[in-house]
Design a binder for this molecule. Structure first.
Ligand code: GDP
Length: 138
């Protein structure tokens, strides 16, 4: 799994009609789509996915944001996928994200920042298994 990462296009980007543009930029940057779905997280799903942040003051806000509408989940493949995808999406806070990054282009705030990308190979595997069964991965 070392060459894969898990992307989520978050509810704000879905609401603002950015799914097509984001997928185009992701594939143009050399990522191959290995699995893809439109889905919606339950409260329990979001609490599990972001468990590492459960003690943070913004946890409630994060869970309610991530469950308020559909998301796109995708498993992406590329050499150095985790780190290259973090570069493509940019800093957590769009105000600090580099020009041309997905968060600079499509995010509106620190919380509503359009795209998720795994932060390690280990988490990429855990997050891929969270969203996809083996037969959904190609
Ligand atoms: P990431 O790895 O760049 O996504 O950032 P983190 O792992 O630090 O945070 C996970 C997610 O929590 C971010 O992508 C944001 O959606 C959200 N988040 C982080 N910091 C804040 C904050 O200060 N306020 C709110 N409302 N959400 C935050």
């Amino acid at each position: 799994m070392a060459n894969t990462t898990l992307m989520m296009i978050k509810p704000d980007a879905f609401e603002n009609g950015h799914i097509g543009n984001i997928l185009e930029k992701v594939t143009s940057a050399g990522f191959k789509i290995k699995a893809l779905k439109l889905t919606q997280l339950t409260k329990r799903d979001a609490e599990t996915f972001y468990e590492v942040h459960s003690e943070r003051p913004f946890f409630g806000e994060l869970v309610s944001f991530m469950t308020r509408g559909p998301i796109v989940a995708a498993l992406l493949e590329k050499e150095n996928a985790v780190s290259d995808f973090r570069t493509l999406i940019g800093a957590t806070n769009p105000a600090e994200a580099a020009e041309g990054t997905l968060r600079k282009l499509y995010a509106t705030s620190m919380g509503e920042n359009a795209v998720h990308g795994s932060d390690s190979d280990e988490n990429a595997s855990i997050e891929a298994a969270f969203h996809f069964s083996k037969r959904e991965c190609f």
